[in-house]
Each structure stands twice: as structure tokens, then as C-alpha cells.
Design a protein around this ligand. Structure first.
Ligand code: CP
Length: 315
């Protein structure tokens, strides 16, 4: 039973596999154009203090496909611009009686803080440098559905690991499911905590590519760097960018992922982003069904179990 989803650290391997089982069942129903009434009579609030394309819209779609009501809050255009605090905003929105809050905020730890102050379940849609658990889940689900399993797979995460909440959530989830995760990037973008976490790292992408089952490229997040921590974007691209020459080093069935948004020509060339190894748009579709599974599990677990039983579905 999940009360909130704030960190991928809090999920057990069993809970992750259950969410994947539900997402797989939802996939076939969504692909037939049908909806599932598991959130009927509920309202979910999308509380977004940071920009988003994929996460916000896929949560919106996920709520609609579960027949729930939705209220979208963007900080721009709200009273946050007049100085209202996050806690006051959340308390006021909670007073309107929502059943779930999906929140994105630039401050690491803000969903944890709110979860202690309000009684509504909170789903973290990205908090600062900390975590983006539903992105980690949809990435792992994409690997599982494409390669058949995650156990024993070699996953290379390349890019701005230090500023990436996506990397953190992926490392937690993929290692719980038995993947061998190695990270790669310039020394200034690899955080010191990797040693403490026991995550192997390398500065040379070419050494890792031939054995990889999955290469996940991450965006260079200039907006989260206090000062430029790489000499230039073209320098980064020359050593760590996925280009056609580097793709030639990959196994035929190696898959390439990117959470988006892509800096085309920096962490990945357009030919690679749109090429045969890339599952980037599969990630985006999977984001909808994985978020449906998370919403159903958090907002209405008993109705989900009943619906699965009545439909004869096995997770
Ligand atoms: N992957 C991701 O979080 O994308 P958005 O910032 O567009 O939501």
C-alpha cells in the first residue's frame, strides 16, 4: 500500500513489479481507446512550480483515462507570484477537497515537507536535484518491456549526473530490479556520493558502449548549475555526446533512452535520437500508463484490486 510516492528509494522490488503488471494491463486497454473508471468521483491537482511538457501532460492524460477530475495549477499566473508560500498554497488547495496532489518544485525535499503538513496523498513529479520517481519507473518499464527483463542488464547513464533527479530515481529502481548500472560523464558532473552509493563510474563513454544493453543519455542542465561546470557544450558533445560514430560501437539490440527534453546536437545527435536504437517516444507513451498505475494504486487501491479480480487480470 502506497500513501505517497516521493522517492524511488521507498519502493520495494515487489511494489515496482506490481506497478509494471498494472501498467501492462492498462497498456492494452488504452491502446484500444478505452477508459477505466478507477478515479471516477475524485479530483487530482497538478501543482507545477516548474515548467514541464511530458510529466504534466501525461499525468493529465492518465487522470482522464482513469475518468478522474483534474485541476491544473501553474505557479505563473497564480498568487505564488504575489509571494504566497508553497505551504499556504498547498493548504488552500487542500481546503478545496482534492484526492491527490501531483507536484513539481525546484526545491529538493518540498514534497516531503508538504506530505507532513497536509493529509492528501502526494506524488512527486520532480523536486530539485532530488528525485523524479515516476520518470524512473517509466524508464525501467520501457527497458522491461523492450528487453524482457531488467535483471543482469548493463545500463549506462551518461550526462549531467550531479544535477539529475532522473539519474537518482533510475539508479534506485534499476538496482532494486537487478540491473548493473554504471554512470559516465565529465568529472565535474559526477557527484561524490556515487562512491557512498557504490555506483561504478567512468569518464570514457567508449569503454562502456560495446557491452551496454541500455544507454540512457541525460540532459545537460545549465539551469541547475551555479556556474558552467564544463568548458563548453561543444566540448561536452565531443567527448560524451551520442553520435553515429559512437552508436556503431553498440550491440545491435542495445536501446537508447532519454527522458527529454533533448538538447539535440549536445547529448545526442538528431540521427541518434530518431534512429533505430532509440525508444524515446516509447518512454513518453509508457509515461501515461505507468502514471495511471501509480495514480490508481495511490488514490484507489481497493477499487484497483476489485477491478483486476473482476476482469480476471493477473499482475
Ligand atoms: N522528463 C521530464 O520530466 O520532462 P518534462 O520536464 O517535460 O516533464
Amino acid at each position: 500500500m502506497m500513501n505517497h510516492l516521493i522517492s524511488a528509494k521507498d519502493l520495494s522490488a515487489e511494489q515496482i513489479h506490481n506497478l509494471f503488471g498494472v501498467a501492462r494491463i492498462f497498456t492494452s486497454i488504452v491502446k484500444q481507446g478505452q477508459t477505466i473508471p478507477l478515479l471516477k468521483g475524485t479530483t487530482t491537482v497538478n501543482l507545477f512550480y516548474e515548467n514541464s511538457t511530458r510529466t504534466r501532460t501525461s499525468f493529465e492524460l492518465a487522470v482522464r483515462k482513469l475518468e478522474g477530475g483534474l485541476l491544473t495549477f501553474s505557479a505563473s499566473g497564480s498568487s505564488a507570484q504575489k509571494g504566497e508560500t508553497l505551504i499556504d498554497t498547498a493548504r488552500n488547495i487542500t481546503a478545496m477537497g482534492p484526492h491527490c496532489i501531483v507536484m513539481r518544485h525546484s526545491s529538493s525535499g518540498s514534497p516531503t515537507l508538504l506530505s507532513r503538513m497536509i493529509s492528501v496523498p502526494i506524488i512527486n513529479a520532480g523536486d530539485g536535484l532530488h528525485e523524479h520517481p515516476t520518470q524512473g519507473l517509466l524508464d525501467a518499464f520501457t527497458i522491461q518491456e523492450s528487453l524482457g527483463s531488467i535483471q543482469g542488464k548493463k545500463v549506462v547513464i551518461v550526462g549531467d549526473i550531479a544535477h539529475s533527479r532522473v539519474a537518482r530515481s533510475n539508479i534506485h529502481i534499476l538496482r532494486k530490479l537487478g540491473a548493473n548500472v554504471t554512470v559516465c560523464g565529465p568529472p565535474t558532473l559526477l557527484p561524490p556520493e556515487l562512491d557512498k552509493m557504490g555506483v561504478p563510474y567512468s569518464y570514457r563513454l567508449e569503454d562502456l558502449l560495446p557491452d551496454a544493453d541500455v544507454v540512457m543519455a541525460l540532459r545537460i542542465q545549465l539551469e541547475r548549475q551555479n556556474r558552467m561546470q564544463i568548458p563548453s557544450l561543444s566540448e561536452y558533445s565531443r567527448f560524451w555526446g551520442l553520435n553515429q560514430q559512437r552508436v556503431k560501437l553498440l550491440k545491435k539490440n542495445c536501446i537508447i533512452l532519454h527522458p527529454g527534453p533533448i538538447n539535440r546536437g549536445v547529448e545526442m545527435d538528431p540521427e541518434v535520437a530518431d534512429g533505430p536504437h532509440s525508444l524515446i517516444l516509447d518512454q513518453v507513451f509508457n509515461g501515461v500508463v505507468v502514471r495511471m498505475a501509480v495514480l490508481a494504486e495511490i488514490c484507489n487501491p481497493s477499487a484497483l484490486r476489485k477491478w483486476l479480480d473482476q476482469g480476471g487480470f493477473r499482475v
